[in-house]
Design a protein around this ligand. Structure first.
Ligand code: ZN
Ligand code: ZN
Length: 254
């Protein structure tokens, strides 16, 4: 059987507990667009990007995801459609085209913002709003790492790892390759560097960050036998189909 290295399923990737996703870090970007409906123009329609993301209608920016439009323009547009002055399909395409046309400038602006924030942080991290805002989140992850490292050091109590749909023993050579031999919670200068690396790069909605694939950190949560069996049960389909594998290399006995 091929060696299967668990991916980062073990990392506690969670949305920011401070619900940052609900309150964008960057001020929403507004664009004023003259929309061409074929049969005429609607001038000065205000769009913004990044403020509203309804979970019921998640889609790509090219399909309108992340954009919103002022209500008076929508009401006027519906009125024009009701009077037969604008074809509804044309209206749909015109709005989508307008969103597509302004997507790139918005993302460029955000990229500029990210770079400026990093430069600012390198000059003065103590007052960096991003590091300050995400420090608690980072601390929570370090707490989890401490807990996992403690578990790694009690292999007789926590002998298993479950990640990427495969159960391993903690001693498995496949998983050892991507685990540290020693771990210490970052402190001093290292702490500031790691906080910056995390705070400026983490994805606020998923919790993914560059630290996920860093083998200086414990990467999965070691589990005891009942926890592993609960994980296996949670990963068994309704008809008893297994959604996981037992590693053929270390052959965990469960
Ligand atoms: Zn910072
Ligand atoms: Zn294994």
């Amino acid at each position: 059987m091929a060696d299967v290295v668990p991916d980062d399923d073990g990392w506690p990737s969670e949305a920011d507990p401070a619900a940052e996703g609900a309150e964008p870090l960057w001020p929403a970007a507004v664009a004023v667009v003259d929309v061409d409906f074929g049969s005429g123009w609607m001038d000065g329609v205000e769009f913004d990007y990044g403020r509203l993301r309804p979970p019921a209608r998640e889609r790509s920016p090219y399909q309108g995801g992340g954009f919103s439009i002022e209500l008076p323009a929508v009401l006027d547009l519906l009125e024009l459609i009701a009077k037969g002055q604008v074809n509804p399909r044309t209206a749909r395409e015109a709005l989508r085209d307008a969103a597509e046309g302004i997507y790139l400038p918005f993302t460029n602006m955000q990229f500029e913002h990210d770079r400026n924030m990093m430069a600012r942080c390198e000059r003065d991290q103590v007052s960096c709003p991003l590091c300050e805002r995400r420090r608690g989140w980072f601390e929570g992850l370090l707490d989890a790492k401490d807990d996992w490292w403690e578990r790694y050091n009690q292999p007789e109590v926590y002998p298993f790892i479950a990640g990427s749909g495969t159960v391993h023993t903690v001693a498995c050579s496949v998983t050892r390759r991507v685990l540290p031999n020693q771990y210490e919670r970052p402190s001093g200068d290292d702490y500031g560097l790691e906080l910056r690396r995390y705070a400026h790069c983490v994805d606020a909605s998923s919790g993914r960050s560059p630290l996920d694939h860093d083998s200086r950190y414990p990467r999965w949560k070691p589990l005891n036998a009942p926890e592993t069996r609960a994980w296996m049960e949670a990963n068994t389909g309704p008809k008893g189909g297994r959604l996981y594998k037992l590693c053929g290399h270390c052959e965990p006995a469960l």
